[in-house]
Design a protein around this ligand. Sequence first.
Ligand code: P6P
Length: 334
Amino acid sequence: MAHHKIVTLERHIIEGERSHPGATGNFSNILRDLSLAIKIIWREVSKAGLVNILGATGTENIHGDQVKKLDVLADDVIYKAMDHTGHLCVMGSEEHEEILKIPTNYPKGKYVLLYDPLDGSSNIDANVSIGTIFSLYRRITPNGDGTLEDCIQPGYKQIAAGYVVYGSSTMLVYTTGDGVHGFTLDPSIGEFLLSHENIQIPKRGKIYSVNEGNYKWWDSGVKKYIKYLQEEDKPTNRPYSGRYIGSMIADVHRTLLYGGIFLYPGDSRNPNGKLRLMYEGNPIAYIMEQAGGRAIDGSRRILDVVPKKLHQKTPVFVGSEEDVTICEKFLKEG
Ligand code: P6P
């Protein structure tokens, strides 16, 4: 029987680094450390349903431990897994207004990690898939403690980005600029194994993903685009299907694998929408483009937006190249 190559996340990164002459091995160490944090988060998320038995959030569980909100726990786990490694000069978390300094007693490195520890965690009580999202940048400042300037770089400066979707199986999807690769966690050995090499998003899909409850506040271009998707006259000769999970990583992951478009537009109440540029827009945009898709904020590439604030929001239109291009035309016509 032909044995499939068993490619762990670590092996894939190291083999990838060999094709990057300048690679210094730091990146494989960073992803290894991050994947440990992710496995700890996976363990907590997978027993979340048992919290009531083990103790509801904010109370003590049967072991007498304080049960933390899962997003607070995930945030803490990532920070503590990364703060001492000597690879990072600063971090930024979607859960914290300010940048997160590296403790003074630890060495500072040349990278910056931005992360959303548990996106969509409001859905966890309904057992809906949620996700962890991360972005890696090279520092701008020469040395010492990283600064806000190191954290608010445009998305095209990312050297790596990825997400984890904690669902029926737990998958880690990442890019370092050489395509997008998916790994599935084998819980029996606690390893992420390569399961989706070089993911390419279909050039056009048949699914659109948006919260239609915001319809009345959308710009006319968005309204006309969604109405267009619901008409017959397309190559598929049938309307698109609507699929909205309301957990961005789950909606983005389905869009990446099946094609179509995920959109969170700005509207008359929130011109920049709800999703955050640094923590959601940029990492997802990098992955979508690396998979042959597109990612715009309505008028330009998300990766070209020059950030002004760490938590600024951005409209998001991401997915199959042809779908985003058609959407862009409707947005431009208004
Ligand atoms: P709405 C989850 O709370 C989240 O941040 C994303 O994961 C998700 O895409 C979005 O908000 C859903 O927002 O307004 O449609 O409920």
